[in-house]
Design a protein. Structure first.
Length: 319
């Protein structure tokens, strides 16, 4: 059966559209001679800005001059090098190896420019940047970390990089991680809690340290997280819950069951939070003395013992 008239028209329009796109790509393509001429102009201070704008406007079409740009980025002239690095950030994924290679032995300003260039290329590089942060050489790790944590919202890899950064052996990364955590404050907490899922060990401790810094501002989030299905998130929530900043009536039914946690730390932290609640927790904790779980009864008795006079009404149940 012959195609309907409408279908023919759509097919013709598609062909026209493809031709227009191809024509645009040809128009955008950077002639080799033109590219080299623009690179040479970068070396002339009076012509540098216009040449930089022209190469950046070409985007990925200017990738053919990457070797020349890389050479300039390694050069002694700071103005030319800085312009070359900035241009490379507009050339797409093809620039990734070149941007990494120039970090070896580079000064701090050039490293930060390389990080900005990586961040400009976008999220397509996230996996490669994270692997570089974990496995790369010293300056490569720094550039990858800065680039990863520069974009918002933070990706999972960026959240993990931030958590690792707090205890990173590279003081440059450690310092920036601390400043970033302080800058983002409570707004960072949901990201950090997501990063904790399924985690343990050094990374979990580093993330917990970040949460501690903003605990007073995230009480409701931590209270809600006590019900998480993830053990690491529950532990973070019970460890840093600011009981004086949340509704005690809402916190008690969430904290009491944690007294019977299989692992020591969550149960211990739940006991600490209930002790901090003082008289507000006495009735609920007294009721826990009749719980079927020995751990819950034992910790409930410890809490009431710490409550002192506030727990006088519970004495009969303790005897």
């Amino acid at each position: 059966m012959a195609p309907e008239g409408g279908e023919c028209l759509r097919a013709e329009l598609c062909e026209v559209e493809r031709a227009v796109k191809l024509g645009a790509q040809i128009d955008d393509a950077l002639d080799e001679g033109e590219g080299r001429a623009l690179v040479e102009q970068l070396k002339v201070p009076e012509e540098r800005l216009e040449a930089k704008k022209a190469l950046e406007a070409k985007g990925a079409a200017a990738a053919g001059v990457l070797p020349e740009l890389e050479a300039l980025a390694r050069g002694k002239d700071d103005g030319t090098a800085h312009a070359a690095i900035a241009i490379m950030g507009h050339l797409g994924e093809a620039a990734f190896p070149s941007l990494l290679s120039i970090t070896r032995g580079a000064l701090r300003v050039r490293l930060d420019l390389a990080a900005d260039a990586h961040a400009r290329i976008g999220p397509k590089l996230n996996d490669r940047l994270f692997r570089t942060y974990v496995e790369g050489a010293k300056n490569e790790r720094y550039v990858a970390w800065v680039a990863l944590t520069a974009r918002r919202p933070l990706t999972r890899g960026a959240r993990e990089a931030l958590a690792r950064g707090v205890e990173d052996p590279d003081i440059r990364i450690k310092s920036r991680a601390g400043k970033l955590a302080a800058e983002l404050g409570a707004s960072l907490a949901p990201e950090l809690l997501k990063a904790l899922r399924g985690r343990e060990g050094a990374l979990a401790f580093a993330t917990m340290d970040l949460l501690k810094r903003c605990r007073d501002q995230i009480g409701e989030l931590l209270l809600e997280s006590l019900d998480s299905d993830d053990a690491a998130i529950r532990l973070a929530a019970v460890t840093h819950l600011p009981v004086d900043k949340v509704d005690a009536a809402a916190a008690l039914p969430k904290l009491i069951p944690l007294l019977g946690a299989k692992d020591f730390e969550p149960g211990y932290q739940a006991r600490r939070r209930l002790e901090e609640l003082g008289a507000k927790a006495v009735d609920a904790v007294s009721a826990a003395l009749s719980d079927s779980a020995p751990k819950v009864r034992a910790r409930a008795a410890q809490i009431l013992g710490a409550a002192g006079k506030d727990a006088r009404a519970a004495v009969p149940a303790l005897i």
